[in-house]
Design a protein around this ligand. Structure first.
Ligand code: C2O
Ligand code: CU
Length: 481
């Protein structure tokens, strides 16, 4: 009898597993359920061989005062006493080891934006690690698998900690040097100052929450207002730009230069793309390739921002000196563009409706499918829905912006491709980890998750995230939980 019951139970489990495998018996509408796909080649390698080299870094976050903006002393929170923090460099295949010490008056963590790494190194408090208390330390260690431009920042009280100056660039170099005679790294940011010229200490205001987050009145490149950047004629420049602002979108224009986009959000684009209409939402990176003309009628080239109705200068390139001959090496060829047709044929595995409502700790909550996520002390919201995605298969995700604000949506630990906007098929020609979704817009993205674990999906407008616009995507292999 006992044996029989066990047998019936086992048969039932097997039957249910079969039904589940067929995509039946699930709660969703059968048309939406995605049947398992045959194992397909990943669009980018799951792993790469290790170089065996370990790059060690020390990072300390602490309050300090620095001559920033116009050169007057500004009270900031900084990594290693500098804003932007130090630029960390490693080569594709290296292991990065960062010994971090928190000397802030608040708990913090470090998130490695855009880096594919083991889930436990992702720096999400209450999800991948406990918050690092004041005085505490943590060692982050991961192999860098993708050459490109990345950055790091706290993932706790980001609307305050990032705004106060905690961010830095992580550059993963190709093993082969490129055809450039100069590399520039530009960290784009803006600052909201009070009457005394210091960082306005009112964070998560109702105004910022009801709009596109906190936009400052002063924009900077590497902490300086409209810096002059000296260049020589003939130079071939790789310019790596990162937008670390809480809410501001930058749209830099490089008129007078024949610039092309060679990488976005880290990874190389499928081919060089035109650099007209550049847009960097919070979190985005864009790498440009340009050669400084040898004959210029005006040696001063202003880089203007055109995102708002009032364009303003971001920086001035000042060309002088001897003609430089860039190295005569071929650029590293980008990997072949992925075949997105299997992804395009899929129904969305999940739809994320983005909206706001009254309530929550700040009076306004930003929601994903009517849920607001809060990092509650040590624990992420206990009753929050977790979205599950199988690893090693294409999945499409749909973002439906039901609100009248912008949302740069970011997914940790994966790259994705935009495949449709408002139902019309799109081929951007590059990967991303953050996509700006405009008011009332619907955007479909295709991703091929490979690293298992609970990965954050959230709006990168820091105030929207702080007010709940975050959730988790659990990437699992077949049969795991
Ligand atoms: Cu740069 Cu979770 O973000
Ligand atoms: Cu948002």
């Amino acid at each position: 009898m006992h044996r029989n019951r066990w047998f019936i139970g086992a048969a039932l489990v097997a039957l249910l597993a079969m039904l589940a495998a067929l995509g039946l018996g699930q709660e969703e509408d059968a048309a939406v359920a995605t049947p398992p796909q045959p194992r397909v080649a990943p669009p980018y390698p799951e792993d790469i061989p290790s170089t065996g080299r370990v790059r060690e870094f020390e990072l300390v976050a602490a309050p300090t005062a620095l001559p920033l903006l116009d050169g007057r002393s500004l009270e900031v929170w900084a990594y290693n006493g500098q804003v932007p923090g130090p630029t960390l460099r490693a080569t594709h295949g290296d292991t990065v080891r960062v010994r971090f010490t928190n000397k802030l008056p608040q708990p913090t963590t470090i998130h490695w934006h855009g880096i594919r790494l083991p889930n436990g190194m992702d720096g999400v408090p209450g999800v991948t690690q406990p918050p690092i208390p004041p005085g505490g330390t943590f060692v982050y260690e991961f192999k860098v698998k993708d050459a490109g431009t990345y950055w790091f920042h706290p993932h706790l009280r980001g609307s305050e900690q990032v705004e106060r100056g905690l961010f830095g660039v992580l550059i993963v170099e190709d093993a082969k040097p490129g055809p450039f005679s100069r590399e520039l790294v530009w960290v784009l940011d803006d600052w909201r100052l009070d009457a005394g010229g210091q960082i306005d200490g009112r964070f998560n205001t109702r105004h910022d929450l009801a709009h596109d987050g906190r936009w400052g009145q002063v924009s900077t490149v590497n902490g300086a207002v409209q810096p002059e950047v000296p260049l020589q004629p003939g130079e071939r420049v790789r310019l790596r730009m990162v937008n670390v602002a809480n809410g501001r979108v930058f749209a830099p224009s490089f008129e007078g230069l024949d610039a092309s986009v060679i990488a976005i959000d880290g990874l190389a684009t499928d081919r060089p793309l035109p650099a007209s209409r550049l847009e960097l939402a919070p979190g985005n990176r864009v790498d440009l390739d340009f050669t400084v003309p040898q004959a210029l009628s005006n040696p001063r080239l202003e880089v203007m921002d055109h995102f708002t109705r009032r364009p303003f200068p971001l920086a001035t390139l000042v060309v002088s000196g001897e003609v430089v001959r860039p190295p005569e090496v071929a650029a590293v060829a980008p990997p072949p563009s992925p075949d997105l047709s299997p992804a395009r044929a899929l129904q969305p595995a999940e739809t994320f409706r983005l909206n706001a409502r009254r309530g929550g700790p700040f009076g306004i909550e930003w929601t994903i499918n009517d849920e607001a996520f809060h990092h509650e002390g040590e624990h992420a919201s206990a009753h929050h829905k977790v979205y599950r995605l199988p690893a090693h298969q294409w999945a499409t995700l749909r973002f439906v912006n039901e609100s009248s604000r912008m949302h740069p949506m970011h997914v940790h630990g994966q790259f994705f491709r935009v495949v449709a906007r408002n139902g019309a098929s799109v081929d951007e020609g590059h990967w991303r980890d953050t996509v700006l979704i405009r008011p009332r817009e619907t955007v479909d993205v295709a991703m091929f998750p490979q690293d298992v674990g609970a990965w954050m999906l959230h709006c990168h407008i820091q105030e929207h995230a702080e007010a709940g616009m975050m959730t988790l995507v659990d990437v699992h292999t077949e049969g795991s939980h």
